[in-house]
Design a protein around this ligand. Structure first.
Ligand code: ADP
Length: 328
């Protein structure tokens, strides 16, 4: 039997990701369309504890689909990890008779949602929002596509200057535990090599790869280094390579936080809209403690437990092999 859900709140938590606003818009409007009162929680779980919960209507989410970041803001909230913090948060929801919660975030956010939902029995639905694409249960997470587009736009510019000066560029991209951004950026930008947290690449292996290009008169080379790569960041790797491969002028660029920002790609706007719409529909049909995600071109729900335990085995090794072949 369908539950009689009257009030639903939505929050964004952890690292922000482009497409979160499209998702908030879809959550709010799908709820209102179905006669539900909608609320936005400011600054993730911190807003639940601080009672910063605001009513939202269809117009509260006008003109936000194209904006990066999140209008609800996000925060890392240590207090929510404590039993007392969770109790305070739950009481603030109870006061407003909020019976459903949509959380948009990464694995930390879902760990919080898992504990919260199990402890208080509140209906929770997760949406995978993280540029790292490191959650099981969705082929793509919200923000990942935009982040790759941002990275390749920057690399294209770097390639112009690298090519003009016979330079070897080391470009560090985000992904502490996940090489997804690095790998897809490497393919999209035609990089000569890519170093990932999930794979050990020896210095010899990297130098061999670069030498193939040097012998066949490549005028520049680009190496993408994921920030979580075991042998160090882009500066460390560049230093070690320079010691043995000194006929190139070596440069390093750390792309940093610009990878999180920017207007979401059409892919992320559509994904955010589909996931937000599905999250509310799942809640209204009686489902809870699940995460909605994209499988092929279908939206499906996976239990939050499974999304968390399956974390991190997504690296597309066939793409890694292809990078080596296509970069000769
Ligand atoms: P992300 O969701 O992007 O992985 P974090 O790891 O920072 O980001 O997690 C976001 C928030 O989720 C944390 O600031 C905290 O409030 C909550 N959270 C994370 N782990 C737990 C936990 N074990 N118990 C309760 N809340 C948690």
């Amino acid at each position: 039997m369908k539950p009689n859900i009257k009030n639903i709140a939505v929050l964004t938590s952890g690292g922000d990701a482009p497409g979160m606003n499209a998702c908030i818009r879809a959550v709010v409007r799908t709820g209102i369309y179905n006669g539900v009162n909608m609320f936005g929680v400011m600054q993730g779980y911190q807003g639940l504890i601080n009672n910063n919960i605001i009513p939202m209507d269809a117009r509260s989410v006008s003109n936000i689909i194209h904006l990066g970041g999140t209008i609800l803001k996000t925060a890392r909230c240590l207090e929510f990890k404590t039993e007392e913090g969770m109790e305070i948060a739950f009481n603030h929801l109870k006061e407003r008779e909020i019976d459903g919660l949509v959380v948009i975030g990464g694995d930390g956010t879902f760990t919080g949602a898992q504990r919260f939902g199990k402890k208080f029995g509140i209906r929770v639905m997760g949406v995978p929002g993280t540029i790292d694409n490191d959650l099981y249960g969705s082929d793509f997470t919200l923000g990942y596509d935009t982040a790759i587009n941002t990275v390749i736009e920057a690399i294209d510019k770097i390639r112009d200057t690298a090519d003009s000066h016979d330079r070897l560029f080391f470009i560090e991209v985000m992904g502490r535990d996940s090489g997804c951004i690095a790998l897809r950026s490497a393919i999209s930008s035609g990089a000569e090599a890519v170093l990932l947290p999930e794979r050990e690449t020896s210095l010899d292996e990297l130098i061999n790869q670069l030498e193939i290009g040097a012998k066949t008169k490549k005028s520049s080379s680009i190496v993408i280094v994921s920030e979580g790569h075991k042998a160090g960041g882009a500066y460390d790797v560049a230093k070690k390579v320079k010691e043995r491969f000194n006929h190139y002028d070596t440069k390093v660029t750390i792309l940093g936080h610009l990878q999180r920002g920017g207007s979401p790609s059409s892919f992320d706007r559509i994904l955010g809209s589909r996931l937000g719409y599905a999250a509310v529909n799942e809640l209204l049909s009686g489902n809870s403690m699940q995460m909605v995600g994209l499988f092929g071109n279908e939206i499906k729900a996976t239990s939050i437990d499974e999304a968390l335990t399956g974390h991190n085995f997504k690296l597309e090794s066939d793409l890694l092999e292809m990078t080596k072949v296509l970069s000769i």
